[in-house]
Design a binder for this molecule. Sequence first.
Ligand SMILES: [Zn+2]
Length: 454
Amino acid sequence: MKQQRSGSIIVLLVIGAILSILVYLYNSPMFERTPPEISLEETIHWNLKEPISLHVKDQSGVKFVRVTLNDGTNSVVLHTQMYASPEKELSLEVTFPRTGFFSKQEQMTLEVEAIDASKWNFFSGNEVKKTALLHIDTTRPELFVLTNSYKITKGGSAAVVFRANDANMKELYIQTNDGHRFYPTPFYKEGYYISLVAWPRREENFHADIVAQDKAGNLSRERVRFFLQNRKYRVSSIALTERFLGGKVTELAQMYSREYESMSSIERFMFVNKTLRKENDEKISHVATQAPQALLGEAKLIPFYPLRNGAAVASFGDHRKYTYEGQVVSESYHLGLDLASTAHAEIVSSNAGKVVFAQETGIYGRTIILDHGLGLYTLYSHCSSLLVQTGDTVKAGDVIGKTGVTGFAFGDHLHFGVLVQGVEVRPEEWMDKSWMEDNLYSIMRNAQALIERQ
Ligand SMILES: [Zn+2]
């Protein structure tokens, strides 16, 4: 009786031990039950040239991967491997076979199978399968220039109308040599685009390529031919006197720098002319970058004439060098046209547009930026008062503000700027009727005539 009892206790102890081993194993990473995770997009546009990347992840390691390409009739294994030492993360690139597999199908599937190194499933591991649908596209986007400005001037702008076609277009832009991208606006009929481009004042050279890339990675590039017109800009030297450093410089440093107290007068000038100017220019450039995606029927732009009887007091592009005790200590480029008439004169928007910016901005003082579509923006600085707010729509001829001396200005005037997708360009061009005829109206008119004939 006593012996029977101790026998049952042993059996119970053994069962208990087996159970805890099972529970332990069930919860141990060696027996994890999560299949590998395969990262692969559900649909892929493929040009049969670029490798397809995929990633496989598993906590106990990946011990087997097989990738199979199937065109509906035939299939070919692109990759198969048993991994002697399983890896927790695996990256693979598979390519279309160079020989032995031919297909004219426009759709195929890519199947990825993976097994992990877990001891689960009687030591065979957890298995998973993932399939991607492949859209085969080996055709490059079609690009064709219809019309463009005959020339572009250093610091100025130009226009181009072109045709771009691809069933799976991913990206379309014009890239210039300085790396800037100009995004086109759909023009007149589907498949046609118009874009303004800009040759930045500080770049010695210029070229522009239309770049089109489809979802399968097929790329087309087309150079737009312009006659390059160099232009000499004024270089001037300004001696920094204590008097000059005392007024506006002190005022702006005090407004925008916390370390104002500890700065010398020349440090305050450096802060205003360099740090603050850079910050303000970046802000302006950022606000003025969008190009509309809506189809453009016609651009009803007329030459800008922002200030009645305004006399030019400083030109676009002036290179200013500042000297202090005989040394050049700082420089700047004047990227607008300064116009002056009477104090607090009315500023007019010659064209309709949307107010995208209206606020006090460092060296530019009270500033308004208008978006006129086509990636074209105008800027009005040093205002004494702003009569519009961000989000307002203005009509051609509306008074938007009054001239003044806010910001880094030494006399009541308007600093008028024109930007093409973030790049400051010569406002003189956009104020000149014959320039606009040659570079916008005729470009659009001739392009429309060509489109009608196609
Ligand atoms: Zn100015």
